[in-house]
Ligand binder design. Structure first.
Ligand code: ZN
Length: 74
C-alpha cells in the first residue's frame, strides 16, 4: 500500500470528525485498491476490478460492517 495523503477533520463513518490517511495499491488481480483509515479506527476499502466492477466496504471502528456492496459494471 502506498500512502497517497493524509487528511484532517473529515467525518468518519461513525460520525466523528477525525483525521486519517489514504492509501492506494495496484496489482494484477485487483486493478486499484483504495483504503481510507480514520484515526478512530473506522476504515473504508474500495476495490476496482478489471471488468469495471467496484466493491466497497466500510467498517466502523468497533468492527461493525456498515456497507459491503459490489457494484457491477454495465
Ligand atoms: Zn469511527
Amino acid at each position: 500500500m502506498n500512502a497517497i495523503g493524509s487528511f484532517k477533520g473529515l467525518q468518519a463513518p461513525c460520525g466523528r470528525i477525525v483525521d486519517g490517511e489514504r492509501y492506494e495499491d495496484h496489482d494484477d488481480e485487483v486493478v486499484i485498491t483504495q483504503e481510507t483509515l480514520y484515526t478512530c479506527g473506522c476504515q473504508s476499502i474500495q476495490h476496482e476490478y478489471h471488468d469495471g466492477s467496484v466493491s466497497r466496504k466500510i467498517v466502523r471502528h468497533d468492527g461493525h460492517v456498515l456497507v459491503d456492496e459490489l457494484l457491477s459494471a454495465e
